[in-house]
Design a protein around this ligand. Structure first.
Ligand code: FES
Length: 126
């Protein structure tokens, strides 16, 4: 069996939603101290819907594939749904990740939560 699923390879080679959103109203950056990989999520949220989401990931192929899949899973969805997205759901949507690469999908969950936290704190201030 191949180490990585076809979906992982597809999202690694052709990542969706790469880049930044200039007028993002929720930005989250997280890193993994062990491997040094960094993931940054930008969100444009209006009426509690994630209208747009983009990412920049300086990391391994699994982290790139996880970010790409995670953005696809939450784009156009309500904030309440994005809040529930787990790294397990991201990995499952990718048809699995090797056990020692599961931490890469954790970065995607954490980056999304960080961006949503940022959005919430901006909302409170306005
Ligand atoms: Fe660090 Fe994948 S090896 S996120």
């Amino acid at each position: 069996m191949a180490l990585y699923s076809e979906k992982v390879m597809d999202h690694f080679r052709n990542p969706r939603n790469v880049g930044i959103i200039e007028d993002a109203n929720g930005i989250g950056e997280v890193g993994n101290a062990k491997c040094g990989d960094i993931m940054k999520m930008y969100m444009k949220i209006e009426d509690d819907i994630i209208q747009d989401v983009k990412f920049e990931t300086f990391g391994c192929g699994s982290a790139i594939a996880s970010s790409s899949m995670a953005t696809e899973l939450i784009k156009g969805k309500p904030v309440s749904e994005a809040m529930k997205l787990t790294n397990k759901a991201v990995a499952e949507a990718l048809d699995g990740l090797p056990a020692y690469k599961m931490h890469c999908s954790v970065l995607a969950e954490e980056a999304i939560q960080a961006a949503l936290d940022d959005w919430r704190s901006r909302e409170k201030q306005s």
